[in-house]
Design a protein around this ligand. Structure first.
Ligand SMILES: Cc1cc2nc3c(=O)[nH]c(=O)nc-3n(C[C@H](O)[C@H](O)[C@H](O)COP(=O)(O)O)c2cc1C
Length: 214
């Protein structure tokens, strides 16, 4: 049973580009067959509490004597880790909010990135190693090479670092840029470029869902 974990974090429930693209990914996944299941976790509609205790950054055996997190928070962390571990593929909607990711998505990362548990530390165990993660990042402006935004994106690099370099997941990135050309007048001349970016993102999402689900 190939299982997709579908995460969204956009606070826009009407016109979200990242929600549109992750939904397209999930629909393409489902179209591959009845055995292709999807679990949805909406980090905006059902936000996680911010990580309540620094001890949760470490496996229980690595905590100091003073670090005794609330058992309820430990149980939530265990459930989130089980959910991502059980998935075959993860698709993550990651809009750009003030050059970084939404705090709702960051909270999820803080729960699942755990030294000695999901991150190899004192043992080589890496339960998420090789698991495909598809990051879908929408942004109002452009951050393409040579533009003033080049190098200021703090959404994709930290996700690649935590999910890819640290957890060992196999990360793919899809971006849809210039989503605000209709709303921000100085961006209006870039409407054609925005349409091309969205079309390319849709093609890439369909292609990745088909490849990873086959
Ligand atoms: C709180 C907030 C902060 C934003 N900050 C940025 C930003 O730093 N850079 C940018 O290009 N767009 C920014 N935007 C625009 C969003 O990235 C853009 O609307 C994007 O399409 C949001 O993703 P969504 O369509 O999936 O909701 C921001 C939007 C919001 C709501």
């Amino acid at each position: 049973m190939p299982a997709l974990l579908h995460l969204d974090s956009s606070a826009d429930l009407h016109n979200s580009v990242s929600r549109g693209l992750t939904a397209l990914f999930a629909d393409t996944w489902r179209s591959l067959g009845d055995e292709h299941t999807v679990i949805v976790r909406d980090l905006h509609r059902s936000p996680l509490p911010h990580l309540p205790d620094a001890g949760l950054h470490y496996a229980a055996r690595l905590r100091t004597g003073a670090e005794r997190p609330d058992p309820e928070a430990e149980a939530l962390q265990a459930a989130l880790i089980e959910e991502v571990t059980n998935a075959d593929v993860v698709v993550i909607g990651a809009p750009m909010y003030n050059w970084s990711m939404p705090s709702t998505l960051k909270a999820w990362i803080d729960y699942i990135h755990v030294l000695g548990s999901t991150v190899p530390f004192d043992t080589p165990e890496a339960p998420l190693k090789g698991k495909p993660a598809v990051i879908v990042s929408s942004r109002g402006n452009t951050y393409a090479p040579g533009t003033p935004g080049d190098g200021t994106d703090s959404v994709i690099p930290p996700l690649q670092q935590t999910l890819g370099t640290s957890l060992g997941m196999s990360v793919s990135v899809v971006t849809a840029e210039l989503t605000l050309t209709e709303r921000i007048p100085p961006l209006a001349p870039l409407a054609g470029q925005a349409a091309e970016s969205l079309a390319a993102a849709q093609d890439m999402v369909r292609e990745l869902a088909t490849k990873l689900g086959s």
